[in-house]
Design a protein around this ligand. Structure first.
Ligand code: AP5
Ligand code: ZN
Length: 204
């Protein structure tokens, strides 16, 4: 299977992808996670991506497309979730070209639907365990006792607002793009994580 998780920052894409990895054997391909790892390690990619990410802007398409192309080759035959990719029309068009080359067809695009106010609450309260990458929320899903968590660099309010603006301008056009391909399924991302998970299972 090949799924895309599409939706605004903080809508729960990573949270739900992690659960599908644990319970259904999917592989999560998160361009955000790959880029954060590259920044942490100080690789060439990380050096190029850092400033864009800290400003809440998208990293240039050619860099992102190259990452995905390489990963798709490595993951041949596995069920995958593309989390946070594609995010622009050129990225979606590149994906349409790349998939047949690795013997895949796109099954479904799950759109996580959530209001901007709720997004702000989710992202200001998000915390991450840097050791495991597991995602928590100080109010909605607090980390267990003894787990040390940190806040993501781009989860400051002014950066969150920029990411939202970028989402509405550059990523939201993909909704129409995939609706036209009859691939789009919308889930109500405002529900509890369990309810959202059930909704996703019923769709896929
Ligand atoms: P990326 O890492 O993809 O960030 P994002 O899309 O902004 O999404 P998030 O990871 O912030 O949110 P999420 O939907 O995964 O929510 P989560 O599950 O964590 O991208 C970061 C940056 O990298 C971009 O800004 C860009 O610079 C660059 N980049 C990445 N991909 C790119 C691309 N393709 N092209 C160009 N640039 C790219 O949940 C959020 C919080 O809510 C958590 O605290 C969680 O515990 C909580 N929560 C989750 N579900 C629920 C629920 N149902 N109820 C209550 N709380 C919940
Ligand atoms: Zn995420």
């Amino acid at each position: 299977k090949t799924l895309i998780f599409l939706g605004p920052p903080g809508a729960g894409k990573g949270t739900q992808a992690q659960r599908l990895v644990e319970e259904k054997g999917f592989v999560q391909l998160s361009t955000g996670d790959i880029l954060r790892e590259a920044v942490k390690k100080g690789t060439e990619l990380g050096k190029k991506a850092k400033e864009y990410m800290e400003a809440g802007k998208l990293v240039p398409d050619d860099l992102i497309i190259a990452i995905i192309e390489e990963k798709l080759k490595e993951l041949e035959g596995k069920d995958i979730i593309l989390d946070g990719f594609p995010r622009t029309i050129p990225q979606a068009e590149a994906l349409d070209r790349m998939l047949p080359a690795v013997g895949r067809t796109l099954d479904k695009v799950i759109l996580f639907d959530l209001s901007d106010e709720e997004i702000l609450r989710r992202l200001t309260g998000r915390r991450v365990d840097p050791k495991t990458g597991k995602v928590y929320h100080i109010e909605f899903n607090p980390p267990p006792e003894g787990v040390e968590v940190i806040q993501r660099e781009d989860d400051r309010e002014e950066v969150i607002r920029k990411r939202l603006e970028v989402y509405h301008q550059q990523t939201a056009p993909l909704i129409e793009y995939y609706r036209n391909q009859n691939k789009l399924f919308v889930v109500d991302a405002s529900k509890s994580p369990d309810e959202v998970y059930k909704e996703i299972l019923s769709v896929i």
